[in-house]
Design a protein around this ligand. Structure first.
Ligand code: KIV
Length: 304
């Protein structure tokens, strides 16, 4: 492959073009190198290194627990594993929103050190100033409104947002604030279908829904839910397209059984050497039988 036909990394302008062309945009979370390679080669245009990493990969109870360092480690792996997709780093709890300077510096770490091309932050009206400052600095930002899991200790529990007149209006205001602040796209999480569609109609930027119905400009899912690899709760909005947990379980049981039976490794998985060279190495030759002390304390055949 020449340098000219190597796949080009997508930018936020490409995402805007997909949206303008009326294409529904798929986005998946990715947390590691092999998964990123597979998703990238499958043509998924946006890979989100979500802070859902905390729960689905690191076993924390909430996303609040994951750190910048942990996120950065995984962002780097996903960036290395992808050549085409736009990689979006989810900014962890308190890495933004405390001060504008710190928010920009942390977002910069994901772009400069992590190799991401954009960041995602939670919050509508409350995060608008941060989004504006970041985008003015040249950092593409994806917003995230509706259920914002980093606020779980305030919200109380995971539930659909915007079901009343006032909360629906607040969500409309959040969506507009995120767009006007300069975000290139916004995630709508756990929003009633009709409200998500109404928000989508009113925005110029694409909405990416999760548990927000089919009326969004695109959809995002947690990769382990799509693949049937999640070990804990699978949300109602997820659809399993594979059953990798069962596949892995069957595979590792079969492997352990082969080890127990002595049938793994077999000929195909084994390397042999020249028997004559081995005989020489082990001191089976004529001249070795008469020669000196054990080699480095290891008895050769001649010493036995
Ligand atoms: O962290 C994450 O994976 C997310 C998606 C649910 C959008 O924020």
């Amino acid at each position: 492959m020449s340098a000219t036909d190597a796949p080009r990394r997508l930018t936020v302008s490409d995402i805007a073009r997909l949206h303008a062309d009326g294409q529904r945009i798929p986005m998946l979370t990715a947390y590691d190198y092999p998964t990123a390679r597979i998703l990238d080669e499958a043509g998924i245009p946006m890979l989100l290194v979500g802070d859902s990493l905390a729960q689905v990969m690191l076993g924390y109870e909430t996303t609040v627990r994951v750190s910048m360092a942990e996120m950065l480690h995984h962002v780097k792996a996903v960036a290395r594993g992808s050549r085409h997709a736009l990689v979006i780093a989810d900014m962890p709890f308190l890495s933004y929103g405390v001060s504008i300077e710190e928010s920009i510096a942390n977002a910069g770490v994901f772009l400069r050190e992590g190799g991401a091309q954009a960041v995602k932050i939670e919050g509508g009206v409350r995060s608008a100033r941060t989004i504006e400052a970041m985008t003015k600095t040249g950092i593409p930002v994806m917003g995230h409104i509706g259920l914002t899991p980093q606020a779980i200790h305030q919200i109380g529990k995971v539930r659909v947002q915007g079901k009343t007149r006032d909360t629906a209006r607040a969500l409309l205001a959040d969506a507009l604030a995120v767009q006007e602040a300069g975000a290139f796209s916004v995630v709508l999480e756990l929003v009633p279908e009709q409200l998500a569609a109404a928000i989508t109609e009113r925005l110029r930027i694409p909405t990416i829904g999760i548990g927000a119905g089919a009326g969004c400009s695109g959809q995002v899912q947690i990769i382990t839910d799509v693949l049937g690899l999640s070990v804990d709760h699978i949300p109602r909005h997820a659809r399993l397209y594979a059953h990798l947990r069962e596949t892995i379980d069957a595979a590792v049981r079969a492997w352990a059984a082969d080890v127990a039976a002595g049938t793994f490794p077999g000929e195909a998985e084994t390397v042999r050497m020249d028997d004559a060279v081995l005989a020489e190495a082990l001191g089976r030759g004529e001249q070795d039988r008469t020669a000196g002390a054990p080699l480095g304390g290891i008895p050769l055949d001649r010493d036995l």
